[in-house]
Write a protein that binds this ligand. Sequence first.
Ligand code: FUC
Length: 795
Amino acid sequence: MHIYFTYTRKFPLLTDMKSGFQLICWLCLALFNAHAQQSLLWYTKAADKWNHALPIGNGRMGAMIFGKADNEVIQLNEESLWAGNQVNDNNPGAKARIMEIQQLIVNGDNKQATELSKKYLLGTPPELRSYQTLGNLLLFFDHAGTVEQYRRSLDLETGVVSVSYSVNGVRYTREAFASAPDNCIVVHISASKPGSLNFRLGLSRNRDATVTAASGSTLIMDGQIIDSVSAKAGKGGKDMKFNALVKVMADAGKTEAKGGEVVVTGASTATVIITAATDYNLQKLNFDRSINSKEICSSIISDAARYPYKELLRRHEEEYSKAFARVKLDLGGDNFSDIPTDQRMEKVRKGAIDNQLAALYFQFGRYLLMSSSRKPGVLPANLQGIWNNDYAAPWNADFHTNINLQMNYWPADVANLPETFMPFAHFVDQLRVPGRQTAREMYDAEGWTIHHCTDVFGRTGIHDGVEWGASPLAAAWLCMNLWEHFRFTSDTAYLRNLAYPVMKEAAEFVQSFLVKDKHGYLVTAPSTSPENSFILPGGERGQFTYAPTIDVELIMSLYHGCLEAGRILKDDPAFLKGLGMTLAQLPPISISKRTGGIQEWIEDYEEAEPGHRHISHLLGLYPGETIKPADTLLFEAAKKTLERRLANGGGHTGWSRAWIINFYARLLDGEKAWKNVQALLQKSTLDNLLDVHPPFQIDGNFGGTAGIAEMLLQSHNGYIELLPALPAAWSNGEVDGLVARGGFTVKMKWKEGKLIDASLLSEKGGARKVKYHNTLIDINAKAGQVYSLNKELLQ
Ligand code: FUC
């Protein structure tokens, strides 16, 4: 259901009012309108650039809608459309040199170890190719007249973008959504005056593709990526094949193909269905010439075209809205929903407090996750989710595995969208194949590994430069998400068949990769604290080291997860015992004498950039849990680490700021968490609410969404904690549908900073501890029953 009573239309209605009945109707509508608008992003002008357009997506296809009245641009994406191809990027010299490099590094010869690694560890080829745009769908209306009463919106409850305006007394309306059930993008255009809808429709891509009319009402794009870099490296060149297919169905008038466009004249409504496919095979992590992308497109379009527009919309809404509606969040405060979103953003940038914008941001994060990672069978959300306008995107819009990909999935479970997690889980599972080869060929090790980024072809070697890429525990990091998903869902089949085998092999890699240092500790070498540099005693900058704190925390997290999973699944006790023995020989997490914060590297080096965006040594605070309130010293040191980073300009990228929100939530400091939510909105959020690094990068949206949830509910510490980091600004509010580990859905209402109503719904039932302030109670919930906490917890 869409509510289109707009800001501009609401007030004229008042002046027309004739009777009391009308007044009541108007008040009801206004109330309904205000409520409906809380899940709306809306604007009174079209997007002037890509960064202001509105995203839609079904997990496989995405689009950015500009909403231009005359010459509409709908930029399209298909998630697998990447340049490049599958190559073995493991440096063939690695295995023969790895022991020498390891010895150099643990003996403190950082410089020589770095030099050798550049030669013998860096990937061949060293760089990934990019995720690419599919092209643009163009709609030319050539309206003769002034555009009035313009409005553009995205309704998060329905997943529909709407554009409407009037020209010469005719109201034109467009609705666009990406349908998961029908695997396509649908655009519906209508004119209020019968027969007055006229437009031309084109499809364009600047390279590697041609567009032709396949019939009077369809356009087809035929393409194959020609990649000069891959060709030069002698590793391909004529790569991914792809197609896009567009069908126009008008209710009346004439529809014909002219000059490579479809031209519609004299219609009242038209429905445009768009789909695309490539010959990429997710099972093989490569393109596969047995896949006929043209046939796939034709069958999707002919299936979808059987339904009238209303039915396509109903099918989409039924599938989308059900999942989206699982969480309701109200953070109280004034209702500014009748102010356009860009103006609200501007006010917040200037210091205004708009709690409902924070709630909208949270819901937008959930929307983005559903739109870029809907359910099994698609690729996970990349650095830009699924939305990319470039041929060579920033960081190739790849899958960065030293924080960004993991961050994308932090909200999946707590924000009640567990199905969105599965594309990630399956992808990680697939990465084991090349990851095993990398473990074997580079390190002569068991198990599987991956470094700091990968692409759809599953490269697992070291990329970009050893200083960035030598991050050999990224598999352990990816496994944290896998384990957390189990802790939320308690799904033992998932644990047995997917998560545990992947975790176990990641642990096998660590077991065979660790070496002893001079103190007898088991250490990772070579490694880095992601992307951060230190000053060596001689004054030079270094990144290369061994056993950075993050690695110790990652191993602790992976091994504790494996021990717990192995116990549940009754796995080989000898293997589990081996993990326990390793845990006892890891270097400790130390406190830096220099700063009083958590020490980032094995040596207490001076930081080259004290405000660095990565805060990897606090991984044990969030998403890990080695740094807990009970360990007072580490907990206090973590606070110092954060304060120091922030005092030196930290949090300057959106994703870094989002991580800080989660850190402060875990530090139970609602005020500082809130300040960082505010800073995320003020400094790292575009008018369309997408996160910026800058440039646009989606991880901050997902990390920010997770952070808001983490302020309201935590469940990692052996108990479910209600409102652990509630800031004064959010002193009145309610939430329904957040999920705690163990599969407990939580409903809470609070007033003047105090919880006044709380209940849990447990799908599977079970015993749990629940904490609010200083009260900790034990509950034993029955499966499927709502368990009110009011009596025991809120006296
Ligand atoms: C990480 C960050 C960068 C950027 C890149 C995509 O490595 O350090 O800031 O976000 O990923």
